[in-house]
Design a protein around this ligand. Structure first.
Ligand code: ADP
Ligand code: ZN
Ligand code: ZN
Length: 741
């Protein structure tokens, strides 16, 4: 007979891809102090020891005693999830239909997901050595001459008095430079104080504060009016209109109340300049959260958020899980940016979760962008969000002008038109820089006729077919109809049929051949993977070591290039005819973002866009009427086509070694009729074969979010009995942002 007093069971969330909780027994020895909901325990699971999170505690259990395992250990540290955090994470899991254990896993810093106990040391802060500074004027002067970088770092440290290595590194300095100063005893380290901060107003440096324009002031006062309530504000301001200054002044007011601020930026938006701007304004603990930090640094940020010692946290999408104890406001900058959406495993959108979080915490949130996503714009235009616009630039600088180059009238070589080559030559001769965009995101190609420029389209849907090279098939991604790749154009009979967007591959090489006297540099995810690499490359660009910059979308955000006076976008046609209905939106965002970042007042920039379809209404609208107008027009089209944001989508991806499996797996799902929902597919993914696996897509779409979520639950249930369930790998993507893979 079991002693009831010592019977104790927990249901825990385990980091495995299963959508359920698991029950374990708690041995008597581990029952005191009493277990808490939200604490981390270690459980045996399929031969491994995993860190799980306690979700329910009970003294009863329906499972037979001999089938139950016992928890092995309790992670008896102070880092457990508060009930508020638990609720938030459960909402996240429910919304994305993702296994709860994996959601917790995502929310915890790596060191807290490991079964070994960790020894948390406090961060070292660098200060200048006051005693040596006074007497070492000659040493500093010598340093300034011989090691200017070290000297600059010295000045930086003097300015901040207490800066971490992570911050120093993200500002572009090396460990060698830091050690150089340390060995000369010019700087010293102190341990960060491990107590909760309350910050006084003297730490809010109001000296550099700009006096706001009327437009800006209105936004600040509107946001601050209801600081203790959830409100979502969309700040739509052209590049250079002073959005950052608006954020800073709002943040100041929030900090003045001793509340914490969370700022979420796109992966690449977190530049040294951004951090610098915050640090110059606020002499307060600012913590970073991004993929460049090591595990210890990430843990420090997490702990500082939880203890309340972090005043400001600036980070990429996963910073949304920071355990803030005393949050005052959340800001999502460049809210349109795709890197806010995680593209594997737990496919959440950082912006959308930030809104959910702000709602739960009952605090305001600001979404800022020069080119808001259609989702946010729609919510603002329909009155769901407060909509603020900044239409002027406080400085005299102008946005670059966008011009179209008609490729139908040009001979081009490797995607470079004569017009563009001429303009590049001129720009380089003026000692200015050129930025060339490559669309590597691979808008899956449509097939077009080189002679009459007809796009081969599905007759039933009036939408371009997507070319699937490998199978030599044209597939309509709207209705699934297929056709062999034709040999001739239906319109004019020409045999010159080519996919849109060819010829960019040899581009980099070709450019170096054409402009041998200039240095070309490529800035993309591959060339910037190493820590500090991006900062270094950007520095080289601003030092004008390179004249030709070749980049992907990532260069269109967060940077300003005053000496880049020519920007070329080689091919936008793929985006105009893509099966991915967001391609045109993203193309427009890219064009407007780059136009806003090139040139300066004295040297205005130019953006050349190569296209075979210069009369395309979307392009014409964008160039003549600007992004806002373009977006409104495009939203009307979306509404007619019943596409997001006027409907909601879930993408189910499936892959296997044989194409038959994923297709049949998804087709079986479509046998279930669902109220208020439609299926599109299954169709082969645009990239239909990857790493030996055949990939298929099925989209479930509904005008009602509730109906869609209900439907997904039914489908998830059905999957369990799907005969191909164990032959395919499948995943669920709620609000998919990228249909190309
Ligand atoms: P955004 O974030 O909208 O691109 P920024 O906040 O970076 O714009 O501002 C662009 C430039 O305008 C910056 O150099 C900033 O210092 C300047 N600026 C912003 N607000 C003002 C203001 N009220 N008065 C003068 N200059 C301003
Ligand atoms: Zn033709
Ligand atoms: Zn069709």
């Amino acid at each position: 007979m079991l002693d009831l007093k010592s019977a104790c069971y927990v249901q825990v969330a385990v980091p495995v891809p299963m959508r359920q909780l698991f029950t374990y027994q708690v041995p008597a020895a581990l029952q005191s102090p009493p277990l808490k909901i939200g604490e981390r325990v270690i459980v045996p699971f399929a031969g491994r020891n995993l860190v799980a999170v306690v979700m329910h505690i009970s003294d009863q259990c329906d499972i037979a005693e001999h089938k139950l395992k016992a928890i092995t250990t309790r992670q008896s540290d102070e880092y457990f999830f508060s009930s508020q955090e638990l609720t938030f994470l459960q909402q996240c899991a429910a919304y994305y239909h993702h296994p709860i254990g994996e959601v917790f896993h995502q929310a915890l810093p790596k060191l807290l997901r490991q079964s070994k106990t960790i020894d948390i040391e406090s961060t070292e802060l660098y200060h200048v050595n006051k005693s040596s500074a006074r007497c070492d004027v000659p040493l500093l002067q010598a340093l300034q001459k011989k090691a200017p970088k070290q000297f600059a770092l010295y000045q930086l440290i003097a300015q901040h008095q207490g800066i971490t290595w992570a911050e120093i590194r993200s500002l572009g300095y090396s460990k060698a430079q830091l050690n150089g100063l340390y060995n000369k005893t010019l700087i010293i380290t102190k341990k960060a104080e491990d107590k909760s901060f309350t910050w006084s107003s003297c730490q809010l440096n109001t000296q550099d504060k700009l006096s706001l324009s009327v437009e800006q002031a209105l936004v600040v006062s509107s946001v601050l009016q209801s600081q203790t309530q959830f409100h979502c504000h969309l700040l739509e301001g052209i590049t250079g209109s002073g959005k950052t200054e608006v954020y800073l002044q709002i943040i100041e007011a929030v900090l003045a109340q001793n509340k914490q601020v969370l700022v979420i930026v796109p992966e690449i938006g977190l530049t040294p300049q951004t951090l610098n701007r915050f640090e110059q304004r606020f002499n307060l603990p600012i913590y970073l959260h991004h993929s460049g930090l090591n595990d210890g640094e990430r843990l420090q940020t997490w702990l500082a958020a939880k203890k309340g010692s972090a005043a400001i946290i600036i980070g990429t999408r996963s910073a949304v899980f920071s355990p803030l104890v005393n949050a005052g406001i959340i800001i999502v900058d460049e809210e349109h940016d795709n890197s806010l959406k995680q593209q594997d495993s737990f496919r959440y959108h950082g912006r959308d979760l930030a809104i959910l979080r702000a709602k739960q915490l009952n605090i305001p949130i600001i979404l800022g962008s020069a080119t808001p996503s259609f989702e946010s714009l729609h919510n603002a235009l329909s009155g769901k969000y407060h909509h603020h616009r900044l239409l002027k630039r406080p400085s005299k600088s102008k946005e670059a002008k966008i011009e179209l180059v008609n490729m139908a009238e040009q001979i081009s070589e490797y995607g470079l038109s004569e017009t563009l080559k001429f303009e590049i030559k001129q720009t380089l001769a003026r000692q200015e820089q050129v930025l060339i965009f490559l669309n590597r995101r691979g808008f899956a190609p449509a097939l077009s006729c080189q002679e009459c420029h007809e796009i081969i389209a599905c007759q039933r849907c009036n939408k371009a077919y997507t070319l699937h090279q490998q199978q030599q098939l044209l597939i309509c991604h709207h209705c699934g109809s297929q056709k062999r790749v034709p040999k001739q154009c239906f319109q004019c009979g020409s045999v010159r049929l080519l996919p849109l967007g060819q010829g960019t591959e040899q581009l980099e090489q070709k450019l170096s051949e054409l402009f041998t006297h200039y240095s070309a540099v490529r800035i993309d995810r591959d060339s910037t993977r190493r820590k500090g690499a991006l900062a270094k490359l950007l520095q080289e660009v601003s030092d004008k070591k390179h004249q030709l910059l070749i980049g992907t979308q990532m260069l269109a955000k967060g940077h300003h290039f005053p000496d880049v006076t020519l920007v070329a976008v080689l091919d936008v046609d793929g985006a105009l005819f893509s099966y991915d209905f967001r391609a045109a939106e993203q193309m427009a965002q890219l064009l407007i973002q780059v136009a806003g970042r090139a040139g300066r007042a004295s040297k205005p920039g130019k953006v050349l866009v190569q296209t075979r379809y210069p009369q395309h209404p979307l392009l014409q609208d964008l160039i003549h009427n600007g992004y806002h107008h373009f977006a409104q027009q495009a939203l009307i089209e979306r509404k007619l086509a019943k596409l997001p944001p006027f409907s909601y989508q879930v993408l189910i991806r499936a892959e296997a070694n044989y194409p038959h499996y994923p297709e049949a797996f998804l087709r079986a799902l479509t046998q279930q009729s669902l109220a208020h929902c439609e299926y599109a597919g299954p169709v082969p993914a645009p990239m239909e074969k990857k790493a030996g696996k055949y990939r298929f897509h099925l989209i479930v779409q509904s005008p009602q979010r509730k109906a869609l979520h209900f439907a997904i639950k039914i489908l998830l249930d059905n999957i369990k009995s799907n005969p191909l369930n164990n032959k395919v790998r499948w995943s669920i993507d709620v609000d998919p942002a990228d249909l190309s893979w």
